[in-house]
Design a protein around this ligand. Sequence first.
Ligand SMILES: Cc1cc2nc3c(=O)[nH]c(=O)nc-3n(C[C@H](O)[C@H](O)[C@H](O)COP(=O)(O)O)c2cc1C
Length: 369
Amino acid sequence: MQKSTFMQGGSAFKLGLFGYLHDGGVTITKAPERWTARWDDIVAMARYADEAGLDFLLPYARWKGMPGEIPQRTHSFETLTHAAALAGHTKRIGLFSTVHTPIIHPGVAAKMMTTIDHASHGRAGLNIVCGWNQDDFDMFGIEQLPHDERYQHGREWFDIWSRLAAGAEAPFDYHGTHFPKIERASAMPESVQRPWPLVISAAYSPAGRKFAIDTSDYLLTVMEDVEAGRTELATLAAQAEATGRSEPIRPIAVSYVVCRDTREEAEAFHRYYAEDNADNIGVDYWLAGRQTKAMLPEALYKLRSRIAGGNTNFPLIGTPQDIADQLIALHDAGFAGAGIGFFNYLADLPVFVEKVVPILAKAGLRNAA
Ligand SMILES: Cc1cc2nc3c(=O)[nH]c(=O)nc-3n(C[C@H](O)[C@H](O)[C@H](O)COP(=O)(O)O)c2cc1C
């Protein structure tokens, strides 16, 4: 279904910031200059990204920290209220909320997101997450469902959420397996975006990908390299077509950027924070598989520096030209855009905007801000 959303039109290749709402961002490092996710820095980052014409802001949802040699992900904010607050600080950029379906009721999420959509004049996005880290869920007393069942629960959650976000003046009942007794549900006003706010999700397993194809406009995708990404996209497109989806699900490459004037400098900085100062307890915890093993291509579990450097996301390390070339390669492989993490968003984003984005603009991937 064609939606009217903030991601429509504009630049051919979408760019957004990813993973900035907790300390460390996408890294698992001890380097002291790492991102600390203080609120005023997040606002300054969001304003800069907005004025530079970036397309979206997309946080991870974390409720508590994880073990490390130093505290990791311990200082984190909540994603729905973050989007509501940033709506008042920005004018054009899309504002995703990452929502855990087992924790937030779909009726609450629909009402909150409709509010954000009105406050931002149509810039609310939903990143729908059906389950991940039991450690996080333990603090709510929630036991995760078996893997594939999480997506059945998520599917019912999405049906209720989308009906309410679309505006339901006439009350309806919903009797599902996981939501057996929703009575006289209604919600007005409807969201600004039609029929409901933009939806994105991230999954690698067959059940997760099927869920994404059924519910989402975009899919966050982590791949080993561009070639592997190209192959994955072909599989995904075939899966989507087989379901009779009227338009393709658009993949967003999840990546991280280390940009310096020379390749040697960029690689040296990556070595500094992702190898010499890797938080090895944090990386070990990550690898111990609290998250599902099916979450990513198997090869990525061997790449410790990529885990410490950018949470396994796709590394873009080098000169502005190197980084632009890789983003152009992702575009040519079929990616609709990239979600980018930085070692330190406030320090590193201006370099990206001033040096990399103009090369992308020349190549036709970006419009002027
Ligand atoms: C790029 C990316 C971002 C994710 N962001 C979050 C997040 O913010 N919070 C969360 O709980 N899970 C997050 N996840 C976990 C996914 O939602 C999903 O639970 C995980 O990929 C396992 O799905 P699968 O077993 O179906 O492949 C993320 C996954 C990926 C690949």
